[in-house]
Design a protein around this ligand. Sequence first.
Ligand code: ZN
Length: 89
Amino acid sequence: MNTAAATGLLHLIAAEPGLLAAAPEGATGDDLHRRAGDEDHPCLGCGAPATCAVVVETGPSGPRWLDLCSPCWHTVRQANEGTPDSAGQ
Ligand SMILES: [Zn+2]
């Protein structure tokens, strides 16, 4: 997945949050770890086994899970911030 695809994914999620699985209200780090580590979810970007899970607030639809593998998470984060990786964290 490249940055353009990641941007498209973010736009799709914003438009159709129902595509994502509902996440619990107030999910904690433990919830994220369990989702990413103990459960089996495909990466939304490329279909590989997801290793990262984040909760996105979608407004009326509530919190939703965003499952990603490490490379896609990296790309999505860049797309979301709109900054090149060399800018540093
Ligand atoms: Zn991926």
